[in-house]
Design a protein around this ligand. Structure first.
Ligand code: UGA
Length: 445
């Protein structure tokens, strides 16, 4: 099929490459010419494992092209994906102007009947609203707006898009649903679960999925606070809970909490949507509150360990919103860095991929090119993201270069016994701290 993709961000670019890989003829469009030029030259605008190779091979195969011209996307397309940004307004509501503009440009330039796919995360009701809005533009052909929410995770975008667990498509038109089923026929034949609903249900299911995952994380973080008070171990609590298949172990990792451009923004938009519909979804406010407290709790651990934060050198391992990405948008690590800096600490960070983005986002943040450079002379180190290399830290070497051997583990990456054996005061999240300062009171009990 002939497919257009508008917007080559974290969703659009993997979507375009994977649809080309499925054998479709794909034209991807972005209004940012510099971004397009660098993609065509093989330079990806963000880090995503496997993406550079896939984009290159699909371009070489002639199935993937890039353009800045929306008419070139619309011409001859059977399906056009709208993957533009939907940034939050001050109220938390999603700003859908770019969605309307992209849709209008497609219907005005289409040369055949076309399915417009909402791929950006949008509030329930958007497809209906967009359909109404687009009817005012000069469409020469029939068009349908369908919702096909994205479930890919950054850092795993290519694998998630190549082998999705589920493909959810919502539309009120059987003709449009059939076209979407044909588009994904190869993946459906390979076992992806095809779910067909009306359009509002698909939109709500996307919000519900992200809100539920955020809620699991906040539940784990609330348990972490409780475990710290009770002297229990949140990792073991999560293992015990997660071994029940009705609960599941994933997304029960306590730590600095969730960040990124999806969960915080989606949760705010979902709460606002519920309010507009007349339902007070107070649970979502509580999820956010617990998430905010997760960063504060980590900050307090550092403050408590340092006693006087002023002029202390604090090393942050991990600056992206999670491991596996260079994305620092709404990163809990940067939020922690801001708080530490406000209290006079000297903050130096290192991330395997996100150094540049972090430096751009947070003025005055010192960046080290490697882990041990960050730890050099540090009075305390905080593990902020779950990059595997932080779990494989050479504790002997780290102890050798740090000024004070104090580790705060905001992602529970290290083995407490190993940290203790290496001579560290080790302060994890929701598990008992170990080390000289923590053993003493126990000895006197
Ligand atoms: C999330 C969803 O997982 C995807 O299914 C969805 O498609 C995407 O949002 C979206 O709506 O676009 P993503 O934001 O890439 O994907 O990242 P996740 O892997 O879900 O992690 C989100 C945050 O939660 C990260 O900050 C991560 O560190 C944190 N997290 C995750 C925890 O604190 N604990 C956990 O147990 C799991």
């Amino acid at each position: 099929m002939r497919v257009g993709v508008i917007g080559i961000g974290h969703v659009g670019l993997p979507t375009a490459a994977v649809l080309a890989h499925l054998g479709h003829e794909v034209v991807a469009m972005d209004s940012d010419q510099a971004k397009l030029d660098s993609v065509v030259a093989g330079q990806m605008p963000f880090y995503e494992p496997g993406m550079q190779e896939l984009v290159r091979s699909e371009m070489d195969a002639g199935r993937l092209r890039f353009t800045a011209d929306v008419a070139a996307v619309a011409a001859g397309a059977n399906v056009v994906f709208i993957c533009v940004g939907t940034p939050p307004k001050a109220t938390g509501e999603a700003n859908l102007l770019a969605v309307e503009r992209a849709g209008a440009a497609v219907v005005e330039n289409a040369t055949a009947d076309v399915v417009l796919v909402e791929k950006s995360t949008v509030p329930a009701g958007t497809a209906e609203r967009l359909t109404l809005a687009l009817k005012r533009y000069k469409a020469k052909h029939r068009f349908w707006v369908v919702s096909n929410p994205e479930f890919l995770q950054e850092g795993k975008a290519i694998a998630d898009s190549l082998h999705p667990h589920r493909i959810l498509v919502g539309s009120n038109s059987q003709e449009a649903l059939d076209m979407m089923r044909e588009l994904y026929s190869a993946q459906i034949e390979s076992g992806a679960h095809w779910i067909e609903t009306d359009v509002a249900t698909a939109e709500l299911a996307k919000h519900a999925s992200n809100a539920f995952l955020s809620m699991k994380i906040s539940f784990a973080n609330a348990m972490a606070r409780l475990c710290e008070l009770a002297g229990a171990d949140v990792v073991k609590v999560a293992d015990a809970m997660g071994s029940d298949p009705r609960i599941g172990r994933e997304f029960l990792n306590a730590g600095l909490g969730y960040g990124g451009y999806c969960f915080p923004k989606d949760l705010a938009a979902f709460e606002r949507l519920a309010e507009q519909l007349g339902y007070d979804f107070g649970l979502l406010r509580e999820v956010k509150k617990i998430n905010d407290e997760a960063v504060e709790a980590t900050f307090k651990k550092v403050e408590e360990a340092m006693w006087n934060l002023q002029d202390k050198r604090i090393a942050l391992l991990g600056l992206a919103f999670k491991g596996g990405t260079d994305d620092t948008r709404l990163s809990p690590a940067l939020e922690l860095a801001r708080m530490l800096k406000e209290h006079g600490a000297h903050v130096v960070g290192h991330d395997p991929q996100a150094n540049e983005n972090a430096a751009r986002e947070l003025e005055g943040l010192d960046i080290a090119e490697d882990i041990y450079g960050a730890l050099q002379g540090a009075h305390c180190a905080v593990i902020c993201t779950d990059w595997p290399e932080f779990g494989e830290l050479d504790l002997g070497k780290a102890h050798g270069v740090m000024a004070f051997p104090i580790l705060v583990d905001g992602r529970n990456m290290l083995d407490p016994a190993a940290a203790l054996a290496a001579g560290f005061t080790y302060i994890p999240t929701g598990r008992p701290p170990v080390g000289p300062a923590h053993e003493e009171p126990r000895d006197h009990r």
